[in-house]
Design a protein around this ligand. Structure first.
Ligand SMILES: [Cu+2]
Length: 343
């Protein structure tokens, strides 16, 4: 089977996926991240521990925020309660014909986007239904016992309640922190944690982009890259936005192995808030560079309708999947309301 993938900067690459009978005849021996020796075709399938299939819709994930089950304490504090279940036995078709054993929080990679307001009390009921020890380590401010590092939660239904105050304001990653850490992260145990300021932020079309990659042949180099898991997804399914409407992107870099990643926007520049902790932007740029777990908030508006690429300017990454398109529609309603002369 031959797939022609059109990628950024006008380059096309031909990717050849052998059919299954060819794949069977080309088994090679690999050492996995955890030191196990397996026989696999590597580029095609990671067959370990896989008993069920993950369905993941990057368009749904993009704008889905989990505010938890809300209640109030007698002093007026908002309590938000979440349940996160870890599993490590699923297989996901990360690209046509490319299957990978994903380890998941609530069944997907990334896990749910946890969202709260600064000062809220968070209760995260963690259940480990996996076959290995797992935890949740939130970036942010919390007591040592809530850090998800030294109290590994046992497999087969182990439980722990992470309880802490939401803060500081910003966008933070959460991920498993069990050793070997690289293995637990690269397989998909991560997600995004947004802490809103008490006064809120200006109304916007908000979305989350986790920059991630997959090492499908266990050589500690990524074979595929993406914004939100599926290579080339937003190129084939452009993200629809409107002219003259504020767009806010919470971006988190979870790529392992490669020391840097970056985010370039076409036909525009964005205000950038590193880690999202300040309410005043630090940069006005079309390009940011991010190391592991570096993250921030981008805000921009398009004046002109049309199709605009966004992608890693590390071209290797964009050619291996980390590329997307914003389809900017003419915002007629906004044009009319903006016309102070009523024309
Ligand atoms: Cu883990």
């Amino acid at each position: 089977m031959i797939l022609l993938l059109s990628v950024t900067i006008g380059v096309s690459v031909i990717v050849v996926f052998p059919n299954s009978s060819e794949a069977q005849s080309e088994l090679k021996t690999f050492v996995t991240h955890s030191g196990e020796i397996i026989r696999t075709t590597g580029e095609i399938i990671d067959p370990l521990y896989t008993v069920s299939t993950v369905e993941f819709d990057p368009m749904e994930y993009l704008r889905e925020f989990n505010y938890g089950k809300v209640s109030k304490l007698s002093d007026g504090t908002t309590v938000r309660e979440y349940t996160i279940i870890a599993e490590d036995d699923k297989v996901m078709e990360v690209s046509p014909g490319v299957f990978y054993n994903v380890w998941t929080y609530n069944g997907t990679v990334p896990g749910p986007t946890i969202r709260a307001t600064e000062g809220d009390l968070l209760k995260i009921n963690f259940i480990n239904n996996g076959s290995k020890e797992h935890t949740i380590h939130f970036h942010g401010i919390h007591p040592a016992g809530m850090d998800g590092v030294f109290e590994a939660i046992g497999p087969g239904g182990g439980k722990f309640v992470y309880e802490f105050e939401a803060g500081p304001v910003g966008v933070h990653p959460y991920h498993c922190h069990v050793m070997p850490l690289e293995e637990h992260i690269i397989h998909g145990l991560y997600g995004v944690f947004i802490v809103d300021p008490k006064e809120g932020r200006e109304l916007a079309d908000e979305m989350v982009m986790v920059l991630n990659g997959f090492d499908t042949d266990f050589d500690t180099e990524n074979n595929f890259y993406a914004a939100n898991t599926i290579p080339f997804y937003y190129q084939h399914h452009p993200i629809q936005i409107n002219t003259n409407e504020l767009i806010r992107v919470y971006v988190v870099n979870m790529v392992e192995f490669d020391p840097i990643n970056n985010f370039h926007l076409h036909g525009n520049l964005y205000n950038y808030y590193p880690t999202g902790t300040d309410l005043v932007p630090s940069f006005y740029t079309d390009m940011i560079t991010l190391s592991q777990t570096e993250r921030g908030i981008m805000e921009f508006e398009y004046t002109y309708p049309g199709k605009y690429l966004f992608h890693a300017h590390k071209v290797e990454f964009s050619e291996k999947g980390w590329v997307g398109i914003f389809l900017v529609n003419d915002n007629v309603e906004s044009d009319e309301s903006d016309d102070e002369y009523g024309r």
